[in-house]
Design a protein around this ligand. Sequence first.
Ligand code: ADP
Ligand code: ZN
Length: 428
Amino acid sequence: MWNPEVETLTRERMEALQLERLRAAVARVLARVPPLGDRLRAAGITSPDDIRSLADLRRLPFTRKIDLREHYPFGLFAVPVAQLVRIHGSSGTRGKPTIVGYTRNDLAMWSEVVARCLALAGVRPGMVVHNAYGYGLFTGGLGLHQGAELSGCTVVPISGGLIQRQATLLQDLRGQVLCCTPSYALCIAEALETAQIDRRTLKLEVGIFGAEPWSEELRGEIERRLGLAAVNIYGLAEIVGPGVSAECIEARNGSHIQEDHFLPEIVDPETGEPLAPGQEGELVLTPVTKEALPLIRYRTGDISSLELTPCVCGRTTVRMSRIKGRYDDMLIIRGVNLYPSEVERILLSVGDVAPHYQLVVDRPGTLDELSLLCEPAREGLDRGLLQSRLQHALREQTGLSIAVQVLDRDRVPRSEGKAVRVVDRRPR
Ligand code: ADP
Ligand code: ZN
């Protein structure tokens, strides 16, 4: 464990720490972030003393991505821009990226939580980290980078792109830890195959994959093809970047949230009503130690659930389940709700199909229609047969008829960062 003192706190002591920090965060917002401070005052919170217990968190108004857009770029910052030492942005998966900033203390906190996540994943000092998350405004590259440096690892800041060089350098520099999106891990696996590099000649032990939804089935596929243990890491720019939570290598069953810094809640995505532990809904996070951007009850849009029971790894921190998808990404096709990650799960459980896919939504007439583009796992498979097997499995398990197109190999678009899983061709 990177920080055993915090990661094994009793519930009582964790909650005491959270309460103290929540009060400080509320004080900061009231004093320094006028748009959010006014909103707190309107909800009857005029001083940190109005927060008497953690349950009072529920009285605080939510913050959403749209608030960051409305006050773009710096309007929600609690410090003058000159006090920022770094600016990042979200990837802009849904429109214009939001801008976030960090003070020196924020960067130190971020490095600490990433170091905890690396330790969670079983990374040890001295290991070689091949970091293929994109470097730049996106938080993935630099976020993992600074945490790995703090951990005492040797970092190869390769970033995304130049896929054949990824394969060569992974072999030559003896990378033991691979960091990238799960979809890019598959591209690297393909590049290794193209370069005829036998994975048994590599030193890979652990993969730290996140930034996009992925399924248990995809985990199996990646582990088989790269010969490593794949661990899930989660985060978002508005909260800090990667490092909000990660799975422990011991259980790999839910990601431990760094809840001394980020207070988690699950709410009903429609009504905002709090939901009980174990129930699935939208993850809401309150980063309580951030100096530059202290958001209150930020609606992540990500669908998950919380698990409070102790973990075999010895940590006491709350765990969040694998993200099913963003609430915004949920497709509603003829009344049926469908997340792309569900399609991924079905696709890979059928077998003989490559783990690259794209869903296309169109509206040729009055009804939405969904088709799925995919590829056979290898040459020589009967595509017609594969198509009907897939259509059958999708209909059985989702209740929807989805037109499956089995394309030639390498025809489904690849991406070096977050994969594009849904293409919307509906007329506007
Ligand atoms: P953007 O929202 O523009 O993509 P970010 O680059 O900050 O901005 O990405 C954060 C989002 O990425 C999260 O809100 C979540 O939807 C997704 N994400 C990050 N890590 C994971 C993960 N491990 N599993 C599923 N989704 C993830
Ligand atoms: Zn654990």
